[in-house]
Design a protein around this ligand. Structure first.
Ligand SMILES: *Cc1c(COP(=O)(O)O)cnc(C)c1O
Length: 456
């Protein structure tokens, strides 16, 4: 049955509402005001007993929901490391929702399977990863870290004669795991999830930028082992010393995993080769398309340079799953089974931007970070990091001043950035990863700081 006129109006209404929302991004406060938050109470209804009007539900979502969104889609949201969405990626996502494809198996969606092959080849090419790198879409870097470390665990323990998939970890040989002091919380959690332990790790001290100290890599660890690097420290944007870590791993036949949630995209910008040297020599990588590539959530990517081991870890077989011989079955590459076709918006973004467009967004965001660092220094802040990427880490004279000024800029609704702790003291993280951010957004944000500082 084709959809009826009412359903057709509903979809057009949704598109109109979404377009109005996007058109108004620049005029919205970056955080919702008190009235918008109070209006969220209108969602607190009892479970409906009977069907209602879908158009009214959509209207409620827009009228009470839109005002209570954080304007992370817009150009003055510098919180966490977030990223916006290119219009073409949003549009492709709409189409993907209408298609409602299950990207689990080629037989369920030939178009999802073909685009997966194309876009994953493009991604490996764009980032200069080894030919044959396995690329899989997951919800985010948290899952990409988990999938990669699961594979790492299985491959390294197989070297010691242990089959984890068959036998689990009870009685398994020791597997040393090396991480940096500043490893991302999702990486540490992934180590817990895959049974290697959050605390049973060797933590390497970091330098003043949060980089692993190459001179402190443990010499007394033999293989098998797993070592984790970071491309893009969340406060400073710093990159770990990959050449030294690659050598350390190769000497032991260990597995080197890189958490590159946002930093991996720097591989698309040749002017940053001094940061990324050695990075492509790792065994696996995690990245987020929903961060710097600017596609809608949730879109993470796990890469491994060992497709056979990777597949052996996750391969799922059941009588009703008939293995295809030519095309890749996505069910065999991550713990997920059914899934949405995350490749569609990624494909649309990459095809529209090309190599140059992706390099350009990386460059532009880094330039904005530089400009902000200059401006905030002129306002009396201390910039704590070498601004090598899209992150600026800064603070004012005292923790109290840092926290108060950050809170007042956030509350002004003019711009948003997150607080953090650095060297035991309060600091502010300014992260540029949205395609929409302009010079004017940086100026307006600096003006918001100037205003709050003057009001003190
Ligand atoms: C964002 C981030 C993650 C987690 O990614 P999600 O997309 O939130 O799952 C992991 N590591 C680093 C360095 C990040 O910046």
């Amino acid at each position: 049955m084709a959809i009826d006129a009412e359903a057709d109006r509903l979809l057009a209404d949704a598109a109109d509402r979404a377009r109005r929302y996007l058109a108004g991004l620049d005029d919205r406060a970056v955080v919702p005001d008190r009235a918008a938050l109070s209006a969220l109470a209108s969602f607190d209804e009892p479970l409906p007993e009977s069907p209602g009007d879908p158009a009214a539900t959509l209207a409620l979502l827009d009228e009470a929901g839109s005002p209570a969104t954080v304007t992370s889609a817009g150009g003055r949201y510098f919180g966490f490391v977030t990223g916006g969405s290119w219009p073409v990626a949003v549009a492709a996502n709409w189409l993907a929702a209408a298609w409602d494809q299950n990207a689990a198996l080629p037989v369920m969606s030939p178009v999802a399977a073909r685009l997966h092959e194309v876009v994953t080849r493009w991604l490996a090419d764009l980032l200069g990863l080894p030919a044959g790198t396995a690329v899989v879409f997951v919800t985010g870097s948290a899952m990409a870290n988990t999938a990669a470390l699961t594979t790492a665990r299985d491959q390294q323990l197989a070297r010691a004669g242990w089959d984890v998939q068959a036998n689990g970890l009870f009685g398994a040989p020791e597997l040393p795991v090396v991480i940096g002091e500043n490893a991302h919380t999702t990486l540490v959690r992934a180590l817990g999830v895959v049974g290697l332990g959050r605390e049973r790790v060797i933590r390497i001290p970091v330098d003043d930028q949060g980089r692993i100290r190459a001179d402190r890599l443990p010499k007394d660890v033999a293989g098998p082992a797993v070592i984790c690097a970071q491309a893009g420290e969340v406060n400073t944007g710093a990159f770990d010393p990959f050449p030294a870590m690659v050598s350390w791993a190769r000497e032991r036949d260990a597995w080197l995993h890189v958490d590159g949630a946002f930093g991996l995209w720097a591989l698309a910008d040749p002017s940053r080769a001094h940061l990324t040297a050695g990075l492509a020599g790792a065994d696996s990588w995690a990245a987020d398309a929903h961060k710097w590539l600017n596609v809608p959530y949730d879109s993470g990517v796990a890469f491994t340079a060992h497709p056979e081991t990777h597949r052996a870890t996750f391969a799922a077989r059941a009588a009703y799953l008939t293995a295809s011989t030519h095309t890749r079955d996505n069910v065999d590459w991550v713990p997920e089974h059914s899934r949405r076709a995350r490749g569609f918006p990624v494909y649309a973004a990459i095809r529209s931007l090309g190599r140059d467009g992706i390099r350009d967004i990386v460059e532009r965001c880094c330039d904005h970070a530089q400009a902000f660092a200059v401006g905030i220094r002129e306002l009396g802040a201390e910039v704590l990091n070498d601004v090598v990427l899209n992150q600026v880490l800064f603070r004012f004279a005292t923790d109290d001043e840092t926290n108060t000024i950050l809170a007042s800029v956030q509350q002004s609704g003019e711009a948003f950035m997150s607080g953090t702790t650095w060297d035991g003291r309060a600091a502010i993280r300014f992260s540029v990863s949205n395609w929409q951010t302009t010079d004017d957004d940086v100026r307006r944000t600096l003006a918001a700081y100037a205003g709050q500082l003057a009001a003190r």
